[in-house]
Design a protein around this ligand. Structure first.
Ligand code: AMP
Ligand code: ZN
Length: 112
């Protein structure tokens, strides 16, 4: 999608700090980290949010979670949280599906 920030980041048109990349997903550091470890995993294909996951595009979601598990192991994360804000009321500000991976500090539940 031409006017999407994360499509541009995935395409290398806007700079980011890469954590991992393959043909399906791109992972990069969040510009405004909310924990000592905070990176985002996105499908390279444009999916607006978790509400737009369908049988046709869900394989990339499974792949993204495999990548998250691998990165967490490689980085030695003791515990981590995976968050996907869906819709403005839930705090979504970039409308390209992304999974926040947060770690390195104690976290409360429920979230605010
Ligand atoms: P959300 O509010 O759940 O849609 O998450 C969007 C996230 O993208 C926020 O945590 C932002 O800090 C992050 N973000 C916005 N612009 C950039 C950027 N250019 N590079 C890295 N992260 C970004
Ligand atoms: Zn996009």
């Amino acid at each position: 999608m031409s006017d999407c920030l994360f499509c541009k980041i995935a395409a290398g048109e806007i700079p980011s700090t890469c954590v991992y990349e393959d043909e399906l997903v791109y992972a990069f550091k969040d510009i405004d980290p909310q924990a000592p470890v905070h990176f985002l995993v996105i499908p390279k294909a444009h999916i607006p949010s978790a509400a737009a996951i369908t049988p046709e595009n869900s394989a990339v979601v499974a792949h993204a979670f495999e990548v998250i598990a691998r990165l967490a192991k490689e980085q030695g994360l003791e515990g981590f949280r995976v968050v996907s804000n869906c819709g403005e009321q839930a705090g979504q500000s970039v409308f390209h599906l992304h999974f926040h991976v947060l770690s390195g500090r104690d976290m409360t539940w429920p979230p605010g």
